[in-house]
Design a protein around this ligand. Structure first.
Ligand SMILES: NC(=O)c1ccc[n+]([C@@H]2O[C@H](COP(=O)([O-])OP(=O)(O)OC[C@H]3O[C@@H](n4cnc5c(N)ncnc54)[C@H](OP(=O)(O)O)[C@@H]3O)[C@@H](O)[C@H]2O)c1
Length: 278
């Protein structure tokens, strides 16, 4: 009797690195992707099918718990849940929107799927920019109670009292909320290691540097040229390179990996923080 293959899930799997990850995960079983925009969702399902993937799509907004609950029920109707990759994220819009999706959305995803994770893994997408935000001890105390009634307001208000790291200032002051949100993703992932370990399951995050996706292409050509010069290889990462990194880590043999943030950035962080030998 053939064993039912588990369902691989990618939230934010309709574009950029999430879509590349969904296609790569197709080797492990059926893949279900989520996003808010219906057209992008349909295109992603078509792209998966063209790549030979047993692909499914369902609209879902990860910042909305009810939408996520529906999505989980749909996922369970396809196959038992396997790995869950959360690539959904935004770097523009109001601070409130960024916090709702990147911070509350990440919490929602973990809480919605943890009951069904059994010997598999949740992978969150953070960002290299998260390393340019240092939470204070008082802020860590807020972050350590994500289920508190006032968590959202308190954590977001705290960010507004701080200033952006001078090395990130070229992105504009509004970028502060984004980098803080990604630092939270790293923290929250690490803080969940024990909950997942108790279920013989894993959680880790990946921190992309600069990858050639629709999100990054919103920058000017001049800004992109500067970003490329800030890597050891003088180029952006390709979404498929991130996808390949993730699926290799999800293959058997890496079961001891959990609670960490893994950087894939073409040397961007090294170049930005350490004087390079000539
Ligand atoms: N590109 C980079 O260089 C870079 C660098 C560091 C970190 N990252 C992070 O890597 C992740 C992927 O980035 P990307 O560049 O591949 O972005 P992208 O091409 O803009 O794709 C983002 C995906 O997230 C979905 N999404 C956004 N908000 C959502 C929500 N509330 N609920 C469900 N889905 C949602 C989008 O679909 P809809 O809009 O239809 O919902 C889309 O599928 C993001 O978390 C980003 O912050 C990217």
């Amino acid at each position: 009797m053939s064993e039912t293959k588990k369902l691989q899930i990618v939230l934010g799997g309709t574009s950029g690195m999430g879509l590349a990850t969904a296609i790569a995960l197709g080797k492990q079983g059926p893949v279900l992707v989520a996003g808010r925009n219906e057209k992008k969702l349909n295109n992603a399902v078509e792209a998966m099918k063209n790549a030979g993937v047993d692909g499914y799509g369902k609209q879902c907004d990860i910042s909305d718990k009810a939408s996520l609950a529906d999505f989980v029920q749909y996922a369970l109707s396809i196959a038992p849940i396997g790995n869950v990759v959360n690539a959904a994220g935004v770097d523009a819009g109001s601070s409130e929107m960024i916090w709702k999706i990147n911070v509350q959305g990440t919490i929602n995803v973990v809480e919605a799927f943890l009951p069904y994770i059994d010997g598999s893994c949740i992978v969150n997408y953070s960002s290299i920019t998260g390393y340019y935000y240092q939470p204070t001890p008082e802020e860590i105390a807020i972050w350590s109670a994500p289920d508190a009634d006032d968590f959202f307001e308190k954590s977001l208000n705290y960010v507004s009292t701080k200033e952006i790291d001078p090395r990130m200032a070229f992105m504009g002051p509004q970028f502060l909320t984004y980098i803080a949100s990604k630092r939270f993703v790293q923290y929250y992932t690490a803080a969940n290691a024990l909950r997942f370990g108790r279920k013989n399951s894993q959680i880790f995050s990946v921190a992309p540097g600069s990858f050639d996706t629709p999100m990054l292409r919103e920058n000017t050509e001049e800004a992109i040229a500067g970003i490329e010069r800030g890597t050891a290889f003088g180029r952006l990462g390709r979404p498929e390179e991130m996808a390949d990194f993730i699926i290799k880590l999800l293959e058997p043999g890496h079961e001891y990996l959990t609670g960490v943030d893994l950087i894939l950035d073409g040397g961007k962080h090294a170049m930005g923080t350490i004087k390079q030998y000539e």
